[in-house]
Design a protein around this ligand. Sequence first.
Ligand code: ACO
Length: 350
Amino acid sequence: MVDLAPKGLEGVYVDTTEIATTDKTGNLVYRGYRVIDLADKTSFEDIAYLVVYGSIPDADKSRAFSSFLRENAQISEESGKIAGIMKGRPVIDVLRTVVSSLKPEGVNTDALLSIAAKFPEIIHSAANSSPAGSKLPEAYPDRFYYLLTGKEDRNKARLLEKILIMYMEHEFNASTFALRVTASTMADPVCAFTTALATLKGPLHGGANSAVLKFLLGIKNRDEVKRYVDSALEKKEKIMGFGHRVYKDKDPRAQYIKKILLENFRDNPAVQNAVYMEEYIWNKKALAANVDFYGALYMHLLGIDEKFYLPIFAAARAFGWVAHYSEQMSNNKLIRPLAHYVGKMDLTLR
Ligand code: ACO
């Protein structure tokens, strides 16, 4: 018997990265900075620049990066038509299809970023018949909030910005790893983004956030929390928004979003039920709430429709994907592991 890697590659380091990690205190780190500090002190666009290029931009670079994202945000008539044909389908499916239809413009960072820059308008066009228009807010989070809700609201856009920052990057998570496998074959960025989007959709990954809202809003009080959790655990069902491959104690992103929820919506019954559910599940099964648990409720309270939660995650993570595609290509080797065959052998045809 050969030595197999653990199931799901759990606990296996398969390569090095300079983009993100979790430090000794359990905090998520982008390029050396703790994400919770970045989110308190700087903007989504500057952090996207940091993730992609490895350093915080100065004022000129920051302005240029923001302009680049704005100038590349608009989608073509053809993309709008494809989104139109798919109207009514899950927004994430429309996003994946439109992204897969984009013309590859090369493999440099600008080409990658110009794909990531389009996500908000593709997401908008998946749910609206009218085009996004040309007079959109300048900053990425404000523009995105407007495209999601049809409203300009600086405060809510600032809050959306926080969750975009939390979702931006997480080393070799499933969608990023899938993107790196595709990149390692030297397929173009459009192919790699399509792979990542397809992988993100699964309910064990990004698909968890909208699943959370579906049950959380149906729960009215602490007794119902207990009933829901007891029944799910008894039936050995997964409770969406709980558990994580890396964070077995606390997910720092979930705790950050919870803190803002409590600062802004402390008296909301759903927030109170969520906090109680976190405590109850932790005491019962030692499972920590992950970013999707509080993230779903957070986006709901920002007035954002549930169909957008997974696409929002994708739009933020797209900047992590840009960084990982570039890192993979900077020192590429085809990712091609082995499978230990345990099937039948030596059969003969009659
Ligand atoms: N609800 C109930 N039990 C759970 C949950 C959960 N959400 N998560 C893990 N467990 C249990 C498992 O059943 C298993 O129990 P056992 O040892 O008694 O058999 C144990 O905890 C270990 O769980 P695994 O699934 O083996 O852990 P793994 O690291 O493989 O999975 C995962 C991590 C996939 C995230 C898992 O916790 C899960 O399915 N969670 C729900 C989906 C979810 O919220 N996904 C979002 C992840 S965060 C993100 O993508 C940003």
